[in-house]
Ligand binder design. Structure first.
Ligand code: 5AD
Ligand code: SF4
Length: 460
C-alpha cells in the first residue's frame, strides 16, 4: 500500500513537471514516504532527516517532504523534531503533495494531516491519482482503504482509518483503462480484501436501496478477471476469518486469476490467535486452505507469520511449526513481533519474549518453511510454465528473470533478448527454496504497453 502511495506521489509530482533522478545530489525535492507497521521507523526517519539537513542546506531552494503512516501517527512531532522539513502530510492527503510543496515555497514549513479519508462526502482514493509506475506491464489497483479489524499487534487501523470500499464500477473502469495502456497484470490491494463491499452494501441498505446490490469481492474478481487484455489478476491480502467459498469459486472459475493465495496465518496457536483477536482457529484456517487446494490443485500458498507475540510460549510456537508444516507453504514472510505504540500488544510488556528466544524460533520456522518450499519447487522440475519477463538477470549474461502465475521467481537462460512484460514459456530445470531455474522455450505474447506510461488513469 505504501509503495503504491509512493507511485502516486511520484506521479503527481511528474504531472507538475518534476523529473525523477537517481542521485540525491541532483535532486531539488526529496519525499520520504514512511511506513510504521514494523521496526523503528521513527529512529530511521529522524536519522535520515538529520543527514538530509546537510543536503538541504547545501543548495538554495531544496525541499523535503515527509509522508505516510509515521507522519499520520506523529503529526506535528515531525516538524518539531526536524524544523527543516518543508511539508508533512499523512495517509489521507497524498493528493495534496504538489500544492503543499508550492505553498511551503512561499509560506514556509507546513504540516497537513487529515484525520480521515473523507472530504466533503468524497472518499479520497489514491488510485484516482496519476501514478509513476516502476514497471509498466503490471499495476496495483486499490479496491479498499483502511481496516475495521482490531488485531492486537497492528497499527494499520489507527494510521489508515476505517475500512472504505471503492465503487466496483470505478475499479473495473480503472482496470479497463490500464488494459488500454497495455497493462496485462493487476494486483487488487486492500487490508482485508474479502470484506470488500461490506460498507457499500450497508450504505445501500441504510439509504433504502436495493439490498440485492452486493458488490462483493467474488463478483469483483470475476468482473476484473474478464477485462479484455488482462492476463493475470492477483490480490492481497485476504483475512482468513472472512475467506468464503464464493471467493475460492471465483478464483477457480476465472482463468486470469492466478494460482496463488497469500493467506496470512500469523500464528498456529489458537491461544495466541485469540490474544491477537484474529477471529479464527488453526483448524479453520487449514480447512479453508484444503478447500482452496481442492478447487485449485496447483495453487501456491504464501503467508505472514509473527514470531514472539507477547506471551508466546514454546508450546504455542511448536503449534505454529506444526501448522506451517501441515499447510505446506510455498513461502512465508516471517516477522519478529514489533511493539507499536498505541496497539494493545505494545502494552503487554511483562509478557514480551526474549530476543534470543525469538531469534531461535525464527530460525526453526525458516527450516520448516524452506523444507516445504524446496519440495514443492523441486516437484516443478520438468514442467513447462507460463512466465512474464521481469528483466535481464544482472549477474548472468544471457539470463533473465520472470514470474510464474504462482508468483514464483524464475531465473532462466534465453538465446533471444526479451523485453520486460513479454509472456513466454519456460521449462523448469531446478527448484531451490526461494526460486526456480529454467530454460526459455517460446514467446507467447510480446509486451503491449507503451515504453513509458506518462500520466495514468483519472477518475474517482
Ligand atoms: N509486529 C510484527 N509484525 C507485524 N505485522 C503487522 N504488525 C506487526 C507487528 N507489530 C505483520 C503481519 C502482517 C504483515 C503485513 O506485517 O504479519 O500480516
Ligand atoms: Fe492489521 Fe489485522 Fe487489519 Fe491486517 S486485518 S491491517 S493485521 S488490523
Amino acid at each position: 500500500m505504501n509503495e503504491h502511495d509512493s507511485e502516486r506521489i511520484a506521479g503527481l509530482l511528474e504531472a507538475e513537471g518534476l523529473l525523477s533522478v537517481s542521485e540525491e545530489s541532483d535532486a531539488d525535492v526529496i519525499v520520504l514516504n514512511t511506513c510504521c507497521i514494523r521496526e523503528n521507523a521513527d529512529n530511521k526517519l529522524y536519522g535520515t532527516l538529520g543527514h538530509l539537513k546537510t543536503w538541504k542546506d547545501s543548495r538554495e531552494g531544496r525541499q523535503i517532504v515527509v509522508a505516510g503512516c509515521l507522519s499520520q501517527k506523529d503529526k506535528d512531532v515531525v516538524q518539531a523534531r526536524a524544523k527543516w522539513v518543508d511539508v508533512v502530510l499523512g495517509t489521507h492527503n497524498v493528493h495534496r503533495t504538489a500544492e503543499l510543496l508550492e505553498h511551503s515555497r512561499s509560506n514556509g514549513p507546513i504540516t497537513e494531516i487529515y484525520d480521515e479519508a473523507v472530504e466533503d462526502d468524497h472518499v479520497l482514493f489514491p488510485s484516482a491519482l496519476p501514478a509513476r509506475r516502476e514497471t509498466t506491464y503490471n499495476a496495483w489497483v486499490t479496491i479498499q482503504i483502511g481496516c475495521d479489524n482490531t488485531c492486537a499487534y497492528c497499527i494499520v487501523p489507527s494510521v489508515r482509518g476505517k475500512e472504505i470500499s471503492r465503487q466496483p464500477e470505478d475499479i473495473v473502469d480503472e482496470v479497463r483503462r490500464l488494459a488500454d495502456l497495455g497493462v496485462t497484470e493487476v494486483t487488487l490491494l486492500g487490508q482485508n480484501v474479502n470484506s470488500y463491499g461490506r460498507d457499500l452494501t450497508l450504505a445501500e441498505r441504510q439509504a433504502g436501496g436495493d439490498v440485492r446490490v452486493r458488490p462483493l469481492f467474488a463478483d469483483l474478481l470475476r468482473n476484473v478477471g474478464t477485462v479484455p487484455g488482462i492476463k493475470r489478476v492477483r490480490y492481497t491480502s485476504p483475512h482468513p476469518k472472512d475467506m468464503k467459498s464464493d471467493v475460492i469459486a471465483a478464483m477457480a472459475e476465472t482463468p486470469s486469476v492466478c494460482e496463488h493465495l497469500h493467506y496470512p496465518l500469523q500464528s498456529g496457536s489458537d491461544r495466541v490467535l485469540a490474544l491477537m483477536h484474529r477471529g479464527y482457529t488453526a483448524q479453520r484456517y487449514l480447512e479453508r486452505l484444503a478447500e482452496a487446494r481442492a478447487a485449485m490443485p496447483d495453487i501456491a500458498i504464501t503467508t505472514d507469520i509473527i514470531v514472539g507475540f507477547p506471551g508466546e510460549t514454546e508450546e504455542d510456537f511448536v503449534r505454529t511449526l506444526e501448522v506451517a508444516a501441515e499447510a505446506n507453504f510455498d513461502s512465508t514472510f516471517t516477522f519478529i513481533f514489533s511493539p507499536r505504540d498505541g496497539t494493545e500488544a505494545a502494552t503487554m510488556t511483562e509478557h514480551f519474549v526474549e530476543p534470543s528466544v525469538i531469534a531461535d524460533r525464527f530460525d526453526r520456522l525458516r527450516v520448516v518453511v524452506e523444507r516445504s518450499a524446496l519440495l514443492l519447487h523441486e516437484a516443478r522440475a520438468g514442467r513447462i510454465e507460463e512466465i512474464v519477463v521481469e528483466g535481464p538477470n544482472r549477474k548472468r549474461d544471457g539470463h533473465f528473470t520472470g514470474r510464474t502465475r504462482q508468483n514464483k521467481l524464475v531465473h532462466f537462460a534465453s538465446q533471444q533478448a526479451l523485453r520486460p512484460g513479454t509472456y513466454g514459456t519456460v521449462e523448469i530445470t531446478r527448484g531451490a527454496p526461494h526460486f526456480l531455474e529454467g530454460i526459455f522455450r517460446e514467446v507467447l505474447a510480446e509486451p503491449t504497453h507503451r515504453v513509458r506510461i506518462p500520466v495514468a488513469v483519472a477518475g474517482h
